[in-house]
Design a protein around this ligand. Sequence first.
Ligand SMILES: Nc1nc2c(ncn2[C@@H]2O[C@H](COP(=O)(O)OP(=O)(O)O)[C@@H](O)[C@H]2O)c(=O)[nH]1
Ligand SMILES: [Mg+2]
Ligand SMILES: [Zn+2]
Length: 388
Amino acid sequence: MKIMPRDPKNKKPSKYRADFRKNRAPRTRRRDWSEHLHPSEESADRLVQSERVSGKGDLTRRRTIVGDLAEGDGGLAVRRAVDEGSCLAGRVIGIYGLTNLVETDDGAQYRCATRRLLKTMQTDDRHVVVVGDRVVFRPSGGAATAEAPGEGVIERIEPRHGTLCRSSHARKHILVTNVDLALIVASAAQPDLKPHLIDRLLVTAEKDAIEPVICINKIDLVDPAGFQPLAGVYSQMGYPVLLLSAATGLGVERLRRAMQGRQSVIVGQSGVGKSSLLNAVDPTLNLKVREVSEETEKGRHTTSSARLIRLAGGGYVVDTPGIRQFELWDTPKGDVAAYFRDIRPFVGRCRFPDCTHRHEAGCAVKDAVADDLLDARRYDSYCHFWDD
Ligand SMILES: Nc1nc2c(ncn2[C@@H]2O[C@H](COP(=O)(O)OP(=O)(O)O)[C@@H](O)[C@H]2O)c(=O)[nH]1
Ligand SMILES: [Mg+2]
Ligand SMILES: [Zn+2]
């Protein structure tokens, strides 16, 4: 959708012109809209519906949307004005066919349809609403009870941040959005800690602008002092490191606090104790520990969609099998150095602007390793990205 503010100098413009796909006959659409219409919104909708055929003929139509501009992952977007008095705010915790399960902050659930106007505003109709979306919806019918969810219609989708995608068949598939925190879990032993894997996961988190927390679990199996140097390297870059034991409860309270009020994903190799840690954070979750081989589940990954699980202590954790492929999502190799927080400051100082920092002369990154300004193991991790 192309957005053109009417008056760019006006700091608080309220009306925007937007190009829409023409995807159905106007008369049909008008009838569809009125089905979901609330009487108090009729005037606003008349504005929205004022449309005309543009110079491109039938392909494009212009409508005026009343709203403000808000910044999200995809840049500026129109945040449609809705009558907030008759609406509620919530987040999409699951999508089942055409129904979005929306939960308010106090835990009430509503089965919501998506307003057709929102589908028209979107350029790719596969992702009108995605799991994790913050939405404003209009409840219809009775209120939600503990036994039965209420019903409603989603009126607005808030701008997104922290969106995890997976490309399949050259199309971007959004797994989940509005992820605040990536819990990168490794185990101190059984299986042994793999710093390269932590570095890969950090690159993905940096790329998606999601705050990472490094969680080293099973610390009960080792002498914690042995992990201080590694923890120090990450802390110095500004990454929080938690030494944890799901078995003894060590550090679990700190993890619980880090997750409070956030939407988290938990990633890491199979068997490091991700499910065990979540169970320790919220014992009511009752997640299966030592799951059957995740390899055999791979076939199902493509069909199951994400879900948000509410934590008793506050916050949500994303449950999606696809999230295990977090580390495999492609990043152009030339971009990788910029996602290494410790390497990034040096890259601009190399002799060649397209330096890959591996074998080039006059490479500031290699010099930094030689001068002990950069951790040699981290540099090694960086070079690994070029091998596969
Ligand atoms: N010693 C010890 N074992 C743990 C700890 N956390 C998990 N485990 C064990 O590690 C195995 C894998 O745990 P699980 O939570 O299923 O790992 P996941 O595959 O990452 O979800 C299980 O046998 C757990 O009992 C821990 O803190 N200490
Ligand atoms: Mg598990
Ligand atoms: Zn270089």
